[in-house]
Design a binder for this molecule. Structure first.
Ligand code: HNI
Length: 142
């Protein structure tokens, strides 16, 4: 699965806006994840996961920064996320189903913050981008 030129253009252009709110978007994505899908909290027994906690905000910021690396290297997402792929597969052992949940929460967050930009076409592009990122982060399981 690879992104079309149009999809890449949409992602890169919207990232310009998203990156200005990177930290709050990361925090909101994780708050949505842990509230709507509380089973995902089992990977973070060592974290204080209350809304707005320092650990939640710091982690949200890291996740969005990694997505930014993927956007900046949109033609080589596998290379950009190689280290994270090993971490999630070999050390964290996150079940791949959780990537769909996190991706959904990111899309909802972006849609809520940029409603005018979030056309059906943009929705599809973000969904595909997050599938590509998720595949890279879970491919080492195979
Ligand atoms: Ni994920 C650590 C990025 C999905 C559970 N994760 C990270 C780090 C980044 C990151 C960046 C920090 C690495 C470091 O410190 O070197 N994670 C991403 C991205 C996605 C993702 C970009 C999907 C798009 N991670 C998930 C999912 C789960 C998950 C779906 C589980 C529900 N991640 C973790 C855990 C850690 C982690 C657990 C370690 C946290 C810690 O600091 O102890």
């Amino acid at each position: 699965m690879s992104l079309t030129k149009t999809e890449r253009t949409i992602i890169v252009s919207m990232w310009g806006k998203i990156s200005t709110q990177a930290d709050p978007i990361g925090t909101e994505t994780l708050e949505r994840l842990f509230l709507s899908y509380p089973q995902t909290k089992t990977y973070f027994p060592h974290f204080d996961l209350h809304a707005g906690s320092a650990q939640l905000r710091a982690h949200g910021s890291k996740v969005v920064a990694a997505l930014g690396d993927a956007v900046k290297n949109i033609d080589n997402i596998t290379g950009a996320l190689a280290k994270l792929s090993e971490l999630h597969a070999y050390i964290l052992r996150v079940d791949p189903v959780n990537f769909k949940l996190l991706s959904h929460c990111l899309l909802v967050t972006v849609a809520a913050r940029f409603p005018a930009d979030f056309t059906a076409e943009a929705h599809a592009a973000w969904d595909k981008f997050m599938s590509v990122v998720s595949s890279v982060l879970t491919e080492k399981y195979r």
